[in-house]
Design a protein around this ligand. Structure first.
Ligand code: FES
Length: 405
């Protein structure tokens, strides 16, 4: 078995094989806590610098009532702002991506902002009396980057800066030359699934199901696949193709066509590798392309599956074809996973459901649940508290016990 250069954590010997209780998948009150204490306080990936090559290029990112716009300024610097006009709160840009030529003009009453977010001027400024322009710039949002990938965080949170958080991925990202990526022509894919976001993560956080549920992946690399656990809530999965010719059309042709990447370290040359970070995002790297995907919760029962895809510049015809075949394999895998997420989420409503009983091969799922319980200890309760007491119970359980020696 290939020895891998990652600082991995072993699966403990005697671990609790249960998972989160069913009520945590359909409680509106718990979902409100997840919004406040998890999603708004943890880094969210929004794109890559290459998505914004020119001044005025922007990406929008919505998360649970918060709205961000990430824009390249006239000075070349990329900044993140709330997509919220300081006059009456309209979106200053509408859509997923676009370009503001020279200035951002709010579509409601026409306030004009510079590309660095500062207010250039209100429409009919004398109608506002005395007003200091510098007090009305777009509100900034914390942003960080890693090998060109851009991350935002709406509120301060427990994770360190992105370079520290993702340090165990640094060597691989450098090897893949992630900084040099360019977007593919149809970069964004999104679909809404009627499940709690954790049901999507639960499926994605383990490879035990690959052998049976994903004929394409099993054909491609299933014999070699393994999950790895790293510090800071990071995880990796990796599988190697090419030891068999492949039975399925896409796999057989991908295996035949996928170009040699002799510039990569040996363990990545014929690998599909996945880099996950808490709580809801994954990068995928193959020899011909890079993607990220993330589960964006819309409500306790609805999740948007979204992501963006990239390639390397100067792509050859062979690389393009391999990328298309990889996309076909991924597309089937995603459809298969979506059905599994729906079944899993449905089961949480059944009186017959007694919770998970997990294999060592599903430790990633348990680890994710442990991470959630550290932030929201109320999730440890087997029986749901009344909805109107969930926040208070969580507060009590979060406080250290007073007065003990
Ligand atoms: Fe933007 Fe009025 S809300 S100009």
């Amino acid at each position: 078995m290939t020895k891998l250069p990652y600082p991995t954590i072993d699966v403990p010997k005697n671990w609790d094989r249960g998972g989160l209780p069913a009520w945590t998948y359909h409680s509106p009150a718990l979902f409100a806590l997840e919004r406040e204490k998890l999603f708004l306080t943890h880094w969210q990936i929004v794109g890559h610098e290459c998505d914004l090559p020119e001044p005025g290029d922007w990406l929008a990112f919505d998360l649970l009532g918060e709205r961000a716009v990430i824009m390249r300024g006239q000075d070349g610097v990329i900044r993140a702002f709330h997509n919220l006009c300081r006059h009456r709160g309209a979106r200053v840009v509408d859509g997923e991506t676009g370009n503001c030529r020279g200035a951002i003009v709010c579509p409601f009453h026409g306030w004009v902002y510079n590309l660095d977010g500062s207010l250039r001027g209100a429409a009919q400024p004398r109608s506002f009396g005395a007003m200091k322009r510098e007090d009305f710039g777009l509100k900034p949002i914390e942003m960080d980057s890693f090998h060109g990938f851009l991350f935002i965080r709406f509120s301060p949170g427990p994770q360190p800066g992105i370079a520290t958080l993702l340090a165990p991925f640094d060597a691989d990202f450098a090897s893949y030359r992630v900084q040099d990526l360019v977007p593919v022509s149809v970069p964004n894919r999104a679909s809404d699934l009627p499940v709690n976001w954790k049901s999507v993560r639960d499926v994605d956080n383990e490879g035990y199901h690959v052998a049976l549920a994903h004929p394409g992946l099993q054909d491609l690399y299933g014999r070699t696949y393994r999950d790895l656990y790293l510090k800071n809530g990071l995880s990796m999965s990796i599988g190697w193709y090419g030891d068999t010719p492949g039975r399925l059309w896409s796999v057989r042709n991908y295996t035949r066509i996928s170009p040699e990447r002799t510039d990569l370290p040996g363990h990545l040359q014929k690998a599909w590798s996945y880099y996950g970070f808490f709580p809801n995002s994954v990068f995928t790297m193959t020899p011909e392309g890079v993607q990220f995907y993330h589960d964006i919760p819309l409500s306790e029962g609805m999740t948007r599956l979204s992501g963006r895809s990239y390639r390397w510049p100067h792509e050859t015809r062979q690389q393009r074809l391999a990328r298309y075949l990889a996309y076909r394999i991924d597309r089937d895998t995603s459809v298969e996973d979506q059905q599994l997420s729906i079944w899993s989420n449905e089961s949480m409503m059944s009186d017959a459901f007694e919770g998970f009983h997990l294999s060592d091969l599903e430790y990633g799922l348990r680890r994710h649940h442990d991470g959630l319980r550290r932030i929201l200890p109320v999730m440890s309760l087997a029986v749901a508290p009344p909805e109107d007491q969930i926040a208070a119970r969580n507060e009590e359980m979060s406080c250290p016990v007073q007065g003990r020696a």
